[in-house]
Design a binder for this molecule. Structure first.
Ligand SMILES: [Fe+2]
Ligand SMILES: [Fe+2]
Length: 305
């Protein structure tokens, strides 16, 4: 079952970061509530979503017959678990500022814990191995977008120009850099455990066909929820595509083309995510990230003591 893949002799391991949210304003991109909340949707989806990645991968671990992949997968699980926890802290911070996200995240929990849980929902007669492969195909497709978004946020000069809260920018870039760093792992895991071609390819297409519209829907719903419930927007503002486009033009959000082009790329039979983004840029950021540096310093001190 060994799957040949481009070698990236790069060990993947979690960085035990911490962020201090006390000084972070609700509109962490000053004067840009739409861009702020469109990006904030990440905090709504990722705590439950990345926890779910780890659960599904734990189920699939016994299928891995490749030592290097096993190491990568364990590193991936450690990174995603850390991301999940750190984004959950942001939700606490939003709640402290009067923006309660629980009515929205309840639906996200239902999606990941019930609809995509350990057993098919509604007693659907899907065999267990097929149900696992389907969920692995979803994770591989989601990771295509996290790699694209990670690459985008690392290079998003527009965000730098907008004078954002430095702690939030560091969280996004630390996470984005680790997404680029581990961009191939979910795909390799899917390919390795995905059964025989052509079913493996067909399932990959299905994974993306489900993931792209559901993500778009959850994102639009989440941004609308945050704007409507933002206590600092007196008129209970609505999400507007025009405002979104204005933010895109300022470089505060990725373009639709950047996001959309990720789909046909992923559907190429010869595709491998090692071509997404720049590992060098990701590692360059992690070497300068205040949170990642503090985590590395803590590890170094612990090793010396
Ligand atoms: Fe992540
Ligand atoms: Fe990831």
């Amino acid at each position: 079952m060994s799957t040949p893949r481009p070698q990236e002799p790069h060990p993947i391991a979690p960085r035990r970061v911490a962020f201090d949210w006390r000084e972070t304003p609700l509109h962490w991109i000053p004067g840009e509530p739409t861009a702020t909340h469109v990006i904030n949707v990440l905090h709504l989806l990722l705590p439950a979503g990345e926890r779910w990645f780890v659960k599904v991968f734990k189920e699939a671990l016994p299928l891995v017959r490749d030592d290097q992949l096993l190491k990568d997968v364990k590193g991936f699980m450690g990174q995603e678990a850390t991301h999940s926890v750190q984004h959950a802290y942001v939700l606490d911070h939003l709640a402290h500022q009067g923006l309660d996200t629980a009515p929205y995240t309840r639906h996200v929990d239902f999606l990941f814990e019930y609809l995509l849980g350990g057993k098919p929902p509604f007693g659907l007669p899907v065999p267990a191995p097929e149900w696992l492969r389907f969920r692995l195909s979803l994770i591989a497709a989601i990771e295509q977008f996290t790699a694209v978004l990670g690459n985008w946020v690392l290079a998003a000069d527009g965000l730098d120009r907008a004078d954002p809260d430095p702690v939030m920018l560091d969280l996004l870039r630390w996470h984005g850099a680790e997404e680029v760093e581990h961009r191939s792992v979910a795909f390799d895991m899917y390919q390795h455990t995905g059964g025989e071609d052509p079913a493996r390819y067909a399932r990959r297409v299905l994974g993306m066909a489900v993931t792209a519209p559901v993500l778009l829907y959850l994102w639009a719903w989440g941004a609308a929820y945050l704007l409507r419930h933002d206590p600092q927007l007196a008129d209970r503002s609505r999400y507007s595509l025009r405002e979104h486009q204005r933010a895109v033009r300022k470089g505060l959000l990725p373009t639709w083309r950047e996001l959309g082009a990720a789909i046909p790329r992923y559907l190429r039979r010869s595709y491998h995510p090692s071509q997404e983004g720049s590992l060098r840029a990701a590692l360059g950021y992690l070497a300068s990230s205040p949170a990642a540096r503090a985590a590395a310093g803590a590890v170094g001190r612990a090793a010396l003591s």
